[in-house]
Design a protein around this ligand. Structure first.
Ligand code: GTB
Length: 216
């Protein structure tokens, strides 16, 4: 059965692979599961047909047989559970990989999202100049802690897992900021993730939506 995911018809990131269909595509590519993509416009996302799949009127969604899911983290987890390659077999190692999935989305990502909100939506506010350094410092703290834990290792816990996939994708959201450059091991970690053939296939596929050219 070929799963169907949804993605932006016109992604605001202009093909940078920062929207949340990207980790789902990447996970599917890592496990070698072919998939189809249904592109949705901003208005279609808010219509009843899409809201039946996604109560918050967003992308991505995932449909396979009688299963419909939303939330990119839950979708990646489902893919990892159903296939070999993204979660270790050993119970403790598997739990640690899941722990890193949660850490990426609920501990590292929130201050990064706050920076995006500040940059794109709050720039004209009188308090913007005061708020920005506080948001940046909260990201710096998380990056410093993550950098310390990663140290000189390739991945967060021995072998690449869904935890690394989500963490790399979260850190990629800082690609337009100089903050991550303060942590060379995190830059190398992101580069290692981006160098994976599965990442490249996923990236090219979402870029092709933006350029209108099919990936080679
Ligand atoms: N927690 C949910 C998940 O992980 O699936 C969040 C889903 C979500 O935020 N979806 C966004 C969406 O559908 C797209 S990815 N937004 C439309 C809406 O809410 O009306 C978020 C996103 C958008 C754009 C960029 N960008 O341009 O860089 C990056 C990330």
């Amino acid at each position: 059965m070929i799963p169907i995911i949804t993605a932006f018809e016109q992604s605001p990131d202009r093909g940078q692979g920062l929207a949340r269909d990207m980790p789902v595509r990447w996970a599917l590519e890592e496990v070698g599961q072919p998939y189809e993509v249904r592109l949705v416009s901003f208005s279609a996302m808010k219509e009843a047909a899409h809201r039946a799949l996604h109560p918050f009127g967003q992308i991505p969604t995932y449909e396979a047989g009688d299963l419909a899911l939303f939330e990119s983290g839950a979708i990646v987890f489902h893919i990892a559970e159903c296939h070999v390659g993204l979660l270790p077999q050993d119970t403790n190692a598997r739990s640690r990989a899941i722990m890193w999935m949660f850490a990426a989305l609920s501990t590292v990502e929130p201050p990064i999202v706050q920076l995006e909100i500040a940059t794109y939506l709050e720039r004209d506010q009188t308090w913007y100049e005061q708020r920005l350094p506080m948001v940046e410092d909260s990201i710096r703290s998380r990056l410093a802690e993550l950098s310390d834990r990663l140290g000189g290792t390739d991945w967060l816990d021995d072998v690449f897992s869904a935890g690394d996939l989500l963490m790399v994708q979260v850190l990629r959201r800082l690609s337009g900021s100089s903050l991550i450059k303060e942590y060379p091991n995190l830059c190398a970690y992101v580069a290692r993730g981006e160098a994976r053939p599965a990442f490249k296939r996923a990236f090219e596929a979402q870029l092709a939506v933006f350029t209108g050219k099919s990936p080679d």
